[in-house]
Design a protein around this ligand. Structure first.
Ligand SMILES: Cc1cc2nc3c(=O)[nH]c(=O)nc-3n(C[C@H](O)[C@H](O)[C@H](O)COP(=O)(O)OP(=O)(O)OC[C@H]3O[C@@H](n4cnc5c(N)ncnc54)[C@H](O)[C@@H]3O)c2cc1C
Length: 568
């Protein structure tokens, strides 16, 4: 052993071995990745004098002996963002031996809900419209983003901030971000027939305030609960100062496209958080030929190339007892699968009495659902139809700013309840990231609103939608948007439709507050953990954050300290 290095491992009080890290600037030894190595400078009192003292040698011997005690195996169920993050954090932040970490994934690839299909013609279809919100702090940490630069391999390409809006009377308006637009677009935004001048001033103030107040600590937004009477304020209430005109024509469809739900069902904290992310960062798509699936793919590659960890695909875990033997189990599956696995575990009675009680509490509380299971009651649905158009770029007659999102404003109705158009938002992914379509075609993505869909037809229970009734309804709405461009729309070929029933966990009001659990996902310390977006915010960032928290919880159970000084 190099005399200037020191292995610092010692036995944990209650759970086998532990790794204690004594400060910053550590690197993992290649031969012993689990061992944390720190270059140590002799103190001033004499060059090698300190290292040669008997006490020092004894301490070193004890530590090397203890280094041979194994940290437990960690078995992760699910290779979505939460599961991948748990593995990466354990290995990279806590020095876990990659050989002791396994990931079991039911499907044939990584990513879970963040997944892309490639059609033989060359189109890339994300399973539902989704974007990378570049400013998400946990996501930046996971992708080792310095400043605003994500890894080059992802080739992120940005949407324009804001949106192009189709108003109920058939006119169009553009709403940009005055702080990130050219002068022409600033004027267009100020003159847009959406809301009043006071509305625009209020939104401008909101925009500036969020940037100034929260940029250094965005997570503090999630910690500030605003109450309205005896319950937490909703996103709709947070926007009450704006006229209904601006709320209905911009905020409702914009945030419905993100949360797949109505503003009155969303916590004002979550709304403010995502608003902040959009104010300080961009929404983008990867352009490296893998669609949105490039993100988890990049992480799986990192696990394989840097740590030699391969994921076990096609391995649906149905019985925890087959995995649990002396290993730490992490359920990083979606909420429906987690529920099934925990139900089975609670019957098998394999965990401590306290864990059994916690599992029952979770099953009767957050995971409780109607007769159909968690899908119908706790999940938001995303329905997205893809079309292919002729030409490398969408025609200007359809969109003047092809990199902007297109929104359909809600229409006022005599009942006071605004009418929601069937297509909530539309975009041209290939205009943002070219690799989404073959060279002489452009791709169109149309997201359909669940409530409007149910008013018009009873969607079948399948995940892949064939063309047919829904396609015809979507085209009918788009004819209204572009009455003089029917020929262009008729040239679009229907590619595929996705109906993702478990797209996001729905936010629930639990008594007074929206549920946004923020614990380490521990059900049985050192034995059983849960993570996933349903344990945090219903976003990619939430899934990643929950993975970090679980890794931290496991490390704590085995007294392993983080080697990163920047961990949250
Ligand atoms: C259409 C759509 C649009 C979205 N848009 C955005 C967006 O723009 N921005 C954003 O931040 N978020 C968005 N989200 C949400 C985001 O994608 C999710 O919050 C996040 O991906 C959830 O990750 P997860 O790891 O928690 O779960 P999942 O992605 O569901 O991963 C769970 C994994 O576990 C596996 N699994 C399940 N059961 C088992 C079992 N028994 N054995 C083995 N493996 C199992 C599954 O196959 C899956 O791979 C969107 C989601 C959808 C569907």
């Amino acid at each position: 052993m190099n005399p200037t290095t020191l292995f610092v491992l010692h036995a944990g009080a209650d759970a086998g071995a532990s790794v204690q890290v004594l400060g910053s600037s550590f690197s993992a030894s290649r031969k012993h990745p689990r061992c944390l190595v720190r270059k140590r400078q002799p103190e001033r009192r004499g060059r090698l004098q300190r290292f040669s003292s008997p006490a020092w040698r004894q301490r070193l011997r004890r530590q090397v002996l203890q280094a041979q005690v194994e940290l437990p195996q960690v078995r992760i169920v699910g290779a979505g963002l939460a599961g991948l993050t748990t593995a990466i954090a354990l290995i990279e932040e806590y020095g876990w031996d990659p050989a002791s970490v396994s990931i079991f994934e039911a499907s044939d690839t990584v990513g879970g809900r963040v997944r892309t299909d490639r059609l033989p013609e060359g189109y890339l279809l994300d399973r539902g419209f989704q974007v990378v919100l570049e400013a998400y702090p946990e996501q930046k940490r996971l992708f080792r983003v310095t400043g605003a630069a994500y890894p080059d391999e992802l080739k992120l390409r940005r949407f324009l901030p804001g949106a192009t809006v189709c108003l109920p009377n058939g006119t169009w308006a553009y709403v940009g971000d005055p702080l990130r637009s050219d002068l022409g677009d600033v004027w267009t935004t100020l003159l847009a027939p959406l809301g009043t001048i006071q509305d625009k001033a209020r939104v401008g103030w909101m925009r500036l305030q969020t940037q100034l107040r929260y940029t250094s600590n965005p997570n503090s937004i999630l910690e500030q609960v605003n109450m309205n009477g005896n319950r937490e304020e909703t996103a709709e209430e947070a926007l009450a100062a704006l006229t209904p005109g601006l709320r209905q024509s911009f905020f409702s469809p914009f945030y419905r496209g993100i949360f797949l739900d109505e503003l009155y069902n969303i916590s004002s904290r979550l709304f403010r958080y995502v608003y902040h992310m959009l104010a300080v960062g961009y929404a983008s798509l990867p352009d490296n030929g893998h669609g949105i699936g490039a993100l988890p793919r990049f992480l799986a590659q990192r696990l394989r190339d840097e740590h030699g960890l391969t994921i076990h695909y096609g391995q649906r875990v149905t019985d925890l007892s087959t995995l649990a033997d002396r290993a730490v189990l992490v359920l990083a599956a979606d909420v429906a699968s987690t529920k099934k696995l925990l139900e089975q575990a609670s019957v098998a009675n394999r965990f401590s009495p306290k864990a059994q009680a916690d599992i029952r509490k979770l099953l009767c509380g957050w995971l409780a659902a109607g007769a159909d299971g968690v899908h119908e009651t706790l999940q938001r649905v995303s329905t997205c139809l893809y079309f292919g158009g002729e030409g490398a770029e969408p025609p200007e007659a359809l969109i003047t700013r092809p990199r902007s999102l297109v929104l359909a404003a809600d229409a006022p109705s005599p009942s006071g309840m605004p009418r929601r158009p069937l297509v909530n938002n539309l975009c041209f992914p290939s205009a943002v990231a070219r690799s989404y379509a073959p060279s002489n075609k452009y791709l169109v993505s149309c997201t359909v609103v669940e409530t409007a869909l149910h008013q018009q037809l009873d969607p079948k229970d399948n995940d892949l939608l064939p063309g047919g009734e829904l396609e015809a309804l979507v085209r009918t709405q788009l004819y209204k948007w572009y009455p003089s461009q029917r020929h262009l729309l008729d040239d679009w070929s229907f590619l595929r439709g996705y109906r993702v029933r478990g797209a996001q966990p729905r936010q629930r009001l639990n008594g007074e507050r929206f549920v946004m659990p923020n614990e380490d996902g521990c059900l049985d310390a050192g034995r059983l953990y849960v993570c996933g977006d349903w344990c945090d915010t219903p976003t990619a960032n939430g899934a990643i954050h929950s993975g970090y928290r679980v890794a931290g919880g496991i490390a704590k159970a085995f007294s392993v300290h983080s080697r990163s000084t920047s961990s949250r």
